[in-house]
Structure formats: C-alpha cells, structure tokens
Design a protein around this ligand. Structure first.
Ligand code: SAH
Length: 236
C-alpha cells in the first residue's frame, strides 16, 4: 500500500482546550476565534500573497488527539444519538483510516507577531494545538452547493437548551476586555448541549466544567436549562 508523508505547516491556537464542547462543524459558533501559527519554514511573507482577497479558507488538519485510537469501518455519529451505525466514509467522524479533518473557516486577517506569521480565524471547530497540513482558499463558485443533499446531517443541529449566568459570571464577562464576545460565546457553546448522549437522559441537576481560552467555566444543567455559576481566569 502506498503511503505519503506530509509536513505540518502550522499549529492552531484555539479557545477549545479539550474536545468536550467543541461544535460539530465550523461556522456554528462565529465567536470562536483563534490563530493558525505558521511554522518557520512556511513563514516567508510571500507564502500568503493574495490570501487577503478570500473571506474563507479550507483547512486540512490532523485529528491529533484521537489519531492513535485507530478506526473502524462503521461509526455511530453523535448526530444520530449515538445509536445508529454508518459507514465511516459516510460521516465526518474523527476515527478514520487517515485521521484527517477538513474545516472551512473565516479569515479575519494576517498578522506577524514575534517573528511568527499567523492567520487570524473565526468560526473554528478545532482543538488547541491541532496540526494543520494544508490551507486552501474557499471558492464559492465551486465549493458552495446550497442544493446538495445533506444526508443525516441536513441542517445545523438545534437544541431547546437555554442559558443563564449568575451575577458573578456575567460581571466577570463584562469586566474582562480581551474577548468582548465572551458571554455570547459561552452561551452558544452551552446552547449546543455538549453533554455526551447518555448524560442527556439523566434526571436532576448535573455540574460541569470546561476551559475556553484561559477561562475555567462552571455550570449546572437542570432539564433543558444551563446556569453558568462561576468563571475564573487560569494562569497563563
Ligand atoms: N470539520 C471537521 C471536524 C468534524 S468532527 C471535519 O469535518 O473533518 C468534529 C469534532 O472534531 C469536534 O467535535 C472535535 O471534538 C473534534 N476535533 C477537533 N479538533 C480535533 C483534533 N485536533 N483531534 C481530535 N479531534 C478533534
């Protein structure tokens, strides 16, 4: 069997520090901003010439967090409640023969900082530290197919979940200035109900925690309601 080796062109800096709570696809939470920091071998200014004319980019990346877990021909997409099996090539599951991911992201700008060449991105669905193997411009005339059939994932997932914040949590969001959209971002992450399917069936109040950017966020879930109780900043 032929095999090919690829070089990592850059690594993602993402607000998502763990797989839990990452949306299923890019674009679902536009407030999720991050960077693709290019490796030094791909940091010549000329390498991005013309890219600023594109609003969106395709990223091809490695599912590095799950890459060593192997794959199987059938998977249970979370979209189907985790009970129905589909062929791996009929899904966007991370456990694939080659652990390669594909995401379309919004290009917010190109920056250079401390000698590093970086693409500022939004709407990402990528884990912090994700290795990227290629970047290609999104071409609407060919890539946008509004009438294509979306199979078992024909529309963006919807939930009935609501979200509220304690006074302390909303004051925290207002008082930090680094991420003006922090509260909306947290709200959208929780509205998608990141809990694993089996926990969604449970009765009574459940407590959860996650890290977004450098913030630790704690919340409770009761029925279809999320309540953010505390947020605190983690050391850099
Ligand atoms: N848009 C991509 C990802 C779809 S799977 C594609 O279609 O190929 C979505 C899941 O990928 C997310 O829920 C997240 O948990 C997972 N993910 C994101 N970055 C990852 C990484 N570096 N390693 C493993 N899983 C990752």
């Amino acid at each position: 069997m032929a095999s090919y080796q690829f070089n990592v062109v850059g690594y993602i800096q993402s607000p998502y520090k763990q797989k839990f709570a990452i949306p299923r696809q890019p674009g679902l939470i536009p407030e999720a901003t991050g960077y693709l920091v290019l490796e030094d071998d791909y940091s010549d200014d000329t390498i991005l010439r013309g890219i600023d004319c594109f609003s969106h980019l395709w990223l091809l990346f490695v599912f590095h967090e799950t890459a060593d877990k192997g794959w199987s021909p059938m998977v249970r997409p979370p979209r189907l409640g985790g009970n129905t099996r589909k062929g791996v090539f009929a899904t966007r599951a991370t456990f694939r023969p080659n652990p390669i991911g594909l995401s379309v992201v919004k290009l917010e700008g190109v920056e250079r900082s401390n000698g590093k060449l970086m693409l500022k991105l939004s709407g990402i669905d990528l884990l912090d530290g994700t290795p990227v193997v290629d970047i290609k411009p999104y071409l609407p005339y060919s890539d946008a197919l509004p009438h294509a059939a979306g199979g078992f994932a024909d529309a963006a997932p919807q939930t009935a979940m609501t979200v509220s914040f304690s006074d302390a949590a909303s004051t925290f969001c207002r008082q930090q200035s680094q991420y003006p959209d922090l509260q909306v971002f947290i709200e959208k992450v929780l509205k998608q109900d990141p809990r694993p399917s089996y926990k969604k069936q449970r009765e009574g109040e459940q407590s959860y925690g996650m890290t977004l950017y450098n913030y630790n966020i704690k919340w409770t879930v009761n029925g279809e309601h999320n309540h953010v109780t505390e947020i605190h900043q983690l050391p850099e």
